[in-house]
Write a protein that binds this ligand. Structure first.
Ligand code: 5GP
Length: 184
């Protein structure tokens, strides 16, 4: 499970990881946030209405959920169970609240925190991606400060300074977990 503040680079990291590891599958979350330019329904997220999200929640279809930056996000249970049954490991890229819920339900899951090299880099990445309004950036940075303080509850932490180095480190963590028989 990867958690990181917005702008720490966890999406790119997750893409690189699944590309290099056939046993690893990425979970596609449901969210009530609107798609950003370039994002696709079913690939980046399942974009749903608040009502649909509520229906998922009340029918126990979600393994975890959280409100992040004013929107709802959640992980559907069924695709995860199917993938695990097929012998795959699942990569969840979710926030710290969701990560805590998954760890409670699946103690064998590995919590991996992706850190930006420093706060200034985080701000630069968020501003540079031109996907958020200035108000949304301020909110994401505020949440990021809070999330960074949660890093100490995680099983592992990786600094995403150079992507290739971070990918290598996470792959080593996954390999070690597989040897121990735990889940990613
Ligand atoms: P973004 O809107 O930038 O794609 O994601 C915002 C935050 O929501 C990120 O911290 C991301 O990890 C988190 N997130 C994405 N999907 C889920 C999910 O299914 N559950 C939870 N709890 N957080 C999620």
């Amino acid at each position: 499970m990867l958690s990181a503040p917005s702008g720490a680079g966890k999406t790119t990291l997750a893409e690189q990881l699944v590309r290099r590891d056939r046993r690893l599958a990425r979970s596609v979350s449901v969210t009530t946030r609107a798609p950003r330019p370039g994002e696709h329904q079913g690939r980046d997220y399942h974009f749903v209405t608040r009502r649909q999200f509520q229906r998922y929640r009340s029918s126990q279809a979600l393994l975890e959920w959280a409100r992040v930056h004013g929107h709802w996000y959640g992980t559907r249970r069924a695709p995860i169970e199917r993938a695990l049954k097929a012998g795959r490991d699942i990569l969840l890229t979710i926030d710290v609240q969701g990560a805590a819920q998954v760890k409670r339900r699946c103690p064998e899951a590995i919590l991996l925190f992706v850190r930006p090299p420093d706060f200034a880099t985080l701000r630069r990445r968020l501003v540079g991606r031109h996907t958020e309004t200035p108000a949304a950036i301020v909110r994401r940075l505020r949440v990021a400060r809070r999330e960074l303080r949660c890093a100490r509850w995680y099983d592992e932490a990786v600094v995403n300074d150079r992507l290739t180095v971070a990918v290598r480190r996470v792959r080593a963590i996954i390999r070690a977990a597989r040897r121990r028989g735990t889940r990613t």
